[in-house]
Structure formats: C-alpha cells, structure tokens
Design a binder for this molecule. Structure first.
Ligand code: TXA
Ligand code: MG
Length: 337
C-alpha cells in the first residue's frame, strides 16, 4: 500500500472521510502528537489500529470528536466540575474519562465501562473530525513502545506502506500527549499528566488529585503500566547533580568508538561545552515541544543517549518528566512499583 502524506484540506479531507467510513485507518495532526484514527463504531476498524501498532489488547483508546459533536450521546452523565472543565479547556489537550453509554465498539475501552473523550484544538484535527463527523478512536501514531510522533515524517517512518493516508498539519506545538483526567468520581483525578496541569484543573474544579497506582495494583489508566516512548539506542539517565557521572558515561562510550550524545536543558548544554548535545530549551513548554523530536533524532544519530533530568518538577514539567523517565527506562508505570 502506498502511504500518502497530504494537507488536511479539499479532496484529501473527502478521501479521509471515505477511508474512515470504510473502516480504514488515517493518521492525523493534533496539537499534542499525531493520532492513528479509526471509526470508533466499527469493531474491525478499531482492531486494525491495535494490530498496526502492536498495541496490547488491554490498553484502551481515546475517542476524538470535533467541537460541535454531541458528547452526551456517548457518555452517561457528568459531574458539574466536568462541565466547567470542558468549558475552560476544550477544545484542547485534555482527555476526559466518563461513564460510557456503550455506543462505540467495545474494543475502544477494552472492556472498561468508561470512555475517554478528547476534543483536540488544532485546526487540522478539527477539519478532519468535522469531515468524518463520527467519533474517531485514536492512539498516538507510533509503533507500540516507540517514541510518539510530532511530525508527519515520524508517522511515515513507523507506518510507511501500512496505512493509506497521513494528514499533515505540520509540527505539533504541544509535543506531549494530552492530560488524561478521570471524571467518574467526586474529585477529578489525573491519570496521565500533560499540558493541562493539576494546578490549572484545581483552579477550575476546586480540587484535583494525581493518581498513582499502588504496587501490584492494575493502574486506572492501563497505558501507564507499559514501557513507553523508548528511543532505539542505548540510554543512560542522570539527575542534574550527577553531571560528573554523566560526563564519565559519555567519555566511556566515546573511547569505545561509540557516538554518545546528551539530552538536556539549554543551561546544562552550555555547561557541557565541547560535548555533543540535544537542547530541550529553557522552559517547560519548550521541553514538551522538543522532547519527542529530539528522542527520535537521538536514536538516529547516537549510540548512547544520555538524559539529564530538568531541575523544575512541577506544572507542565511534571508531564515532561514522566515521559523522560519512561523513555530512559527509569520509570515504567507499576512494573517497578
Ligand atoms: O494527546 C493525546 O492524547 C494523543 C492524541 C493522538 O490525541 N493520544 C494518545 O493516545 O496519547 P494513547 O493511546 O497513546 O494514550 C491513551 C491513554 C492511555 O494511557 C490509555 O490507557 C488511557 O489514555 N485511556 C484510554 N481510555 C481510557 C479509559 N477508559 N480509562 C482510563 N484510561 C484510558
Ligand atoms: Mg501513546
């Protein structure tokens, strides 16, 4: 199959609509990362997404809809704080988990009685979803465990020859996946941190918790149990106060004939003058926007990628840190407790 990369306009949108309606898979731009979309009403189409990604069968998908889609047709009621959060943050990088009406394929939620719903804000995503005009189940458009895609080229690298169409909306400005928020309880609970932070949610909803799975417990957001975002090269990871050890690891790799490279904030890059480094920038937003593209560049250019943990830990950086630690194998969900 030939994989076309096209702009989300005109005849390409009509083709995307047709492909979705006939059970095919279409990759599309969002403000966070690219998605691999399928008709959420079709068992066959949804199963195709799992097969293409090599995704574990117990890791549910998010349903994407345009901003005028009647979400109430899919979900079984919502607490008042959820209505306020929708008003404040949608369309945008916030996924809300609701009790499901069971209208979409059972494979979307992998047997859970909840449904994750997202209204992405990127004009490219809105154009695609308006044209399809049905709920589109979509995980990030990367092979399972690989780094999430933030350009059409990244999607092409993982799925060339396997999907018919990639709708190219340019580079993603957000850069890390949406915040996943459980809205089934009395207090909203963050299952996956992202660009809509705990502080931002608490300001609107009054309260907000960050869910942490206990040792041995099946996590509420099954995806968080898996190793994720991993670049395909050797990796090492150091906190900022262990820069000496990081340098030793670099020199050791270089002496062995390898090509080491650091991944760190601008300030640390400057201190590591003379070494090869990939620059995460100097703000949490910049780090979020750059992280996945740099992990993909790192795996292409380096034999050993050495991450240095950013100093800031709160707000948007909490989401970036979660991805970084998992990319570098320091933390993967509940597997290490
Ligand atoms: O920004 C994003 O959210 C991107 C773009 C494409 O929209 N999508 C994305 O999808 O990151 P994915 O499949 O890579 O991650 C979905 C996450 C997983 O951690 C999954 O376990 C969780 O959402 N999830 C989906 N449905 C859920 C549900 N009913 N209850 C709890 N967690 C759910
Ligand atoms: Mg993903």
């Amino acid at each position: 199959m030939e994989t076309k990369i096209a702009s989300p306009a005109g005849a390409w949108l009509a083709l995307a609509k047709k492909l979705i309606e006939t059970g095919e898979v279409v990759a599309f731009h969002t403000e966070t990362v690219y998605g691999l979309g399928a008709n959420a009403f079709s068992d066959e189409a949804v199963l195709k997404v799992f097969a293409l990604k090599g995704r574990p069968a117990d890791n549910p998908l998010i349903v994407h809809v345009h901003q005028d889609f009647p979400i109430s047709s899919l979900i079984d009621g919502e607490p008042s704080y959820a209505a306020a959060l929708r008003e404040a943050f949608l369309p945008g990088p916030l996924t809300m988990v609701y009790p499901s009406k069971g209208k979409v394929s059972k494979y979307v939620s992998c047997g859970l009685d909840t449904l994750a719903v997202r209204v992405p804000s990127s004009p490219a995503a809105q154009a695609f979803l308006k044209s399809a005009d049905l709920p589109v189940a979509a995980p990030s458009a990367n092979l399972s465990k690989h780094v999430s895609p933030v350009t059409a080229k990244h999607v092409f690298d993982d799925f060339n020859g396997k999907i018919p169409l990639i709708l190219d909306g340019g580079a993603c400005t957000g850069g890390i996946e949406s915040t996943v928020l459980d809205c089934t309880g009395e207090i909203p609970q963050i299952l996956r941190e992202g660009l809509v932070t705990r502080e931002m949610i608490a300001r609107v909803a009054g309260r907000c918790e960050v869910y942490r799975a206990k040792r041995g417990e099946r996590p509420k957001s099954p995806g968080m149990a898996y190793k994720h975002y991993a670049p395909r090269c050797k990796t090492a990871y150091f906190t900022g106060d262990r820069l000496g050890e990081a340098e030793a690891a670099y020199l050791n790799e270089a002496e062995g004939g390898g090509a080491p490279c650091f991944l760190c904030e601008s300030e640390v890059c400057a201190r590591l003058e003379g070494y090869r480094s990939l620059d995460l920038g100097s703000s949490p937003e910049e780090a979020a926007r750059r992280l996945y593209a740099l992990l993909r560049r790192g795996e292409e250019q380096a034999t050993l990628l050495i991450g240095v943990e950013p100093r800031e830990k709160e707000g948007v950086m909490a989401g970036v840190l979660n991805r970084m630690r998992r990319a570098f194998g320091v933390e993967h969900g509940t597997e290490e407790g």
